[in-house]
Each structure stands twice: as structure tokens, then as C-alpha cells.
Design a protein around this ligand. Structure first.
Ligand code: AMP
Ligand code: FE
Ligand code: FE
Ligand code: ZN
Length: 279
């Protein structure tokens, strides 16, 4: 009974609603799924209803946008209290600032492509955390890129002329806020070097010292040598280890359940959490 602890819905940059996502998870034979939309928990209630409907276990989570010395870092939070915390306020502010950032990127792009903010709005789900994937979808809809991934190669690349950085917090602050909200903090795809720079060993060690709970090791963007290194680090520091798909529906090639988490590791997450329960 497979466990997939990292997926996205239309509340961020996935292409399926939480109900569609959980329906597919059930039919693909998963027993447990975590919904981890970027900087939001707004999909939790729909996911909870769908979990009951499709007889799935649901781990309510979120992926927090962070930056360490210019390097993008994603920290997964599991089972935190959804409201009334510094974490919930911080991600709400980030969502607002992300819209402003999206508008600025579209402004830059519109100098070279006939693209308007309305074109982005046409492809963004209601209440979604806005990100580059939505701009990519609008570029695809306008015929300026063939796929999301292609749009990312040049047009949306951090090294390209249209890039504006997202609002983000330091990963150590995210870990602290996640803990304050009763959640468990797992470093998402720590060695995803295809996306840009990654943290070096020293920065990872510092994050562990600041209380990080776990490492997402089995993820398609972590190269094989890197995974072995991460396993040794996890062993050395007694960290939780996870594996996940980072499924985004049609938005990425990643397939549900392509990497999975051992039940005993999920057990450790549940034991450590002081926020909400697994449903
Ligand atoms: P943002 O946080 O708005 O800068 O956008 C980052 C998001 O874009 C990540 O969460 C990924 O899901 C997505 N992303 C990054 N690289 C790619 C890619 N090459 N193809 C498709 N989606 C990507
Ligand atoms: Fe994403
Ligand atoms: Fe991520
Ligand atoms: Zn993700």
C-alpha cells in the first residue's frame, strides 16, 4: 500500500482539483497521499472530503517557498495547524506578494510577447498560489512555448531576462515556524540541481542543526549519487526519510507514486506532529 507524500493541486500549480487528484491516487493504488500545495492550505478541505469518498489516507501538508543566500529551497510542512500561526500569516503574505511578482514578470514578457495579466488569470485556478507554471501555461496557450517545461528552459529561467525572484523566507525560519505551528519539516528535493543551485553540505548541516526533521531522498530530481549521500546524512543525524512524486498533474512528467515513503517513516512524522491528524 503505497504512500506518496508530495503532490500539487489547482490550489497551486497542479492541473487537477484536489478531488481529481485524490480520485486518481485511489485508482492508481496508493493508500496514502499528502497534498502539499505551494504556500497554501486552501485545498485541504476539498481534499479531506475526497479522502473520505475514495477511502484514502490523507496527510495534510504544504510546500513553503524559501531562499538561502540566493538559492531557492522548498521545505515541506506536514500536519501543522492551518490557522492562527506565524506560518499561516507568512504564507498568506507570500501569496499576495507572488501575485505582484507575477504581474511584474508578465509586464517584462509583454514587451516581447502579446501577453496580458488576463491571459494568466485565464489559466489560474480559483484561490491558487500564483507561480511561474501559470505564466508557462499562458505562454503555451498563446503558442509561444510547446510545453510548460519548454517555457522554463529560457523564457522563465532565473537566468533569463524576464525573471523576477519570488518572495521567500530563510529555510531555518520556515523550520521554526513549521514547528511553532505543530508541523513536521522535511527538506523537499534537496539536490534538485537541474532546477538551479542547491545547498552545499555545510548549509544542509546548518539546517539540520536548526531542527529540520527529514529529507526527501527518493525524488526524481535528486541524482542517484546525491541520494546515497543524503541517506548517509539522514542516518548520521537520525532524520526521517521520504520518497515522493511531486506530482503536478499534466504540468510535469512526474507520475503519482513513482517514488514512495516507507510506512515507518510516515509513522515517525505522525508521532512528531502536534498540529492536525492524518485523516
Ligand atoms: P515559482 O515558485 O513561481 O518560481 O515557480 C516554481 C515552480 O515551477 C516549481 O514549484 C515547479 O513546480 C515549477 N517548475 C520548475 N521548473 C520547472 C520545469 N522545468 N518544468 C515545469 N515546471 C517547473
Ligand atoms: Fe510546483
Ligand atoms: Fe518543490
Ligand atoms: Zn512540489
Amino acid at each position: 500500500m503505497a504512500i506518496d507524500l508530495h503532490t500539487h493541486s489547482s490550489y497551486s500549480d497542479g492541473t487537477q482539483t484536489p478531488r481529481e487528484l485524490l480520485s486518481e491516487a485511489a485508482s492508481s493504488g496508493l493508500s496514502t497521499i499528502a497534498l502539499t500545495d505551494h504556500d497554501t492550505v486552501l485545498g485541504w478541505s476539498e481534499a479531506a472530503e475526497a479522502a473520505a469518498e475514495f477511502d484514502l489516507r490523507l496527510v495534510r501538508g504544504m510546500e513553503v517557498s524559501c531562499r538561502h543566500e540566493g538559492t531557492t529551497v522548498h521545505i515541506l510542512s506536514y500536519l501543522h495547524e492551518p490557522e492562527g500561526s506565524e506560518l499561516s500569516q507568512t504564507v498568506a503574505d507570500m501569496r499576495t506578494a507572488r501575485e505582484e511578482r507575477g504581474r511584474r514578470m508578465v509586464e517584462l514578457l509583454s514587451e516581447d510577447f502579446p501577453l496580458s495579466w488576463e491571459d494568466i488569470m485565464a489559466v489560474v485556478g480559483p484561490h491558487a498560489t500564483i507561480g511561474r507554471p501559470h505564466i508557462a501555461d499562458a505562454l503555451v496557450a498563446g503558442g509561444f512555448a510547446a510545453t510548460r517545461s519548454e517555457a522554463f528552459v529560457h523564457l522563465l529561467s532565473p537566468r533569463g531576462p524576464y525573471y523576477v525572484p519570488i518572495p521567500a523566507i530563510a529555510p531555518a525560519d520556515a523550520v521554526r515556524m513549521i514547528h511553532d505551528a505543530g508541523g513536521v519539516a522535511v527538506f523537499a528535493h534537496p539536490l534538485a540541481s537541474t532546477r538551479g543551485r542547491v545547498l552545499d553540505d555545510r548549509a544542509i548541516r546548518e539546517l539540520i542543526e536548526s531542527g529540520l526533521d527529514g529529507l526527501e531522498i527518493d525524488h526524481r530530481d535528486n541524482p542517484p549519487e546525491g541520494r546515497e549521500k543524503l541517506r548517509r546524512t539522514a542516518e548520521e543525524h537520525g532524520l526521517i526519510t521520504t520518497g515522493s512524486s511531486d506530482y503536478h498533474g499534466a504540468g510535469k512528467p512526474n507520475r503519482l507514486g513513482e517514488n514512495t515513503t516507507e510506512p515507518e517513516q510516515l509513522e515517525r512524522i505522525a508521532e512528531r506532529a502536534a498540529g492536525v491528524e492524518i485523516l
